[in-house]
Ligand binder design. Structure first.
Ligand code: NAG
Ligand code: NAG
Ligand code: NAG
Ligand code: NAG
Ligand code: NAG
Length: 239
């Protein structure tokens, strides 16, 4: 009798612990909840990158040796974008076996194309977006477009900003990872520039910077706890 009572207590404790864990680590919490705690948000259709859509038939888009035989732990990154007055955004990063999906929204930009890249360094107290240094790359390849085989790992092409000043980001980079590796982008930064990126096809600094001009907004790429939703709204100005 005494033994079965103890067993019952043990069982109840176990169930309670599991329930608590589920609450703490729930995958269902995301962007919507973060910015609008009340009332509980309506379920947002989860738009996560579809690996088959991005299983690029063009091998040049995936020119880093994939670790096919290792189980991939899901890793999520996030960058809060800030810079020029009124510019704000949230960009999420999702690891997969052959690269990183990049998904986000940036608001308050001048309509048109703006070059954007992952730069080598994280952001430090002084220097603003300039502290990010050059485009992130492991190899001495020239600056180019995101689908070129030979490019900087951090070359992301152009952010297309609509007339309302909003740009959505939905792309895949096969040269970087969120894992601990020499091509990791955790701890680096993502920078948005004032002018369009000529993707290495122009003159002067084209093969280094893409002639994008000054940085206007940037964010540090950090590790995120849980699976993000694809953002559909601009983050609040005070974020
Ligand atoms: C992923 O994309 C493929 C092809 O576009 C489609 O057949 C499949 O249903 C999609 N999977 C999901 C989970 O959306
Ligand atoms: C992705 O591509 C590889 C090699 O091209 C293929 O073996 C694999 O089945 C593809 N996966 C999906 C989900 O399409
Ligand atoms: C998949 O990656 C390619 C570049 O390799 C990009 O053009 C395309 O938009 C990506 N598709 C999705 C659904 O992210
Ligand atoms: C990066 O790491 C990979 C895998 O460990 C290695 O093969 C490659 O040579 C390294 N590249 C550089 C530039 O360090
Ligand atoms: C970049 O282009 C300039 C000319 O615009 C050229 O002088 C320079 O050698 C090029 N750099 C590389 C690494 O190809």
């Amino acid at each position: 009798m005494k033994i079965s009572f103890s067993l019952l207590i043990l069982l109840i404790t176990k169930i309670l612990t599991q329930t608590t864990d589920e609450v703490i680590y729930s995958d269902e919490e995301g962007f919507e909840r973060d910015i609008q705690p009340t009332p509980p948000p309506p379920p947002v259709p989860q738009v996560l990158p579809n690996e088959s859509e991005n299983n690029s038939s063009d091998p040049s888009a995936n020119n880093v040796e994939p670790s096919r035989f290792l189980p991939i732990r899901q890793i999520y990154g996030e960058a809060l974008i800030r810079g020029a007055p009124g510019v704000r955004g949230l960009i999420y990063f999702i690891n997969s076996w052959n690269g990183v999906g990049i998904h986000g929204i940036v608001c308050g930009l001048r309509p048109g194309n703006h070059g954007f890249h992952i730069h080598h360094y994280g952001l430090t107290a002084n220097g603003g977006c300039d502290a990010a240094g050059p485009h992130f790359t492991l190899y001495r390849w020239n600056h180019a477009g995101p689908t070129d085989k030979y490019r900087h790992a951090g070359d992301l092409g152009n952010l297309k900003v609509e007339q309302n000043g909003i740009a959505f980001i939905n792309q895949f980079n096969g040269q970087v990872t969120l894992m601990a590796a020499n091509n990791t982008i955790l701890g680096r930064s993502i920078v948005i520039h004032e002018w369009p990126d000529d993707l290495g096809l122009g003159r002067k600094e084209s093969n280094i910077t893409g002639n994008v001009g000054k940085p206007i907004a940037c964010g540090l790429i950090g590790l995120r706890r849980d699976k993000p939703y694809l953002p559909i709204n601009c983050p609040p100005p005070n974020l």
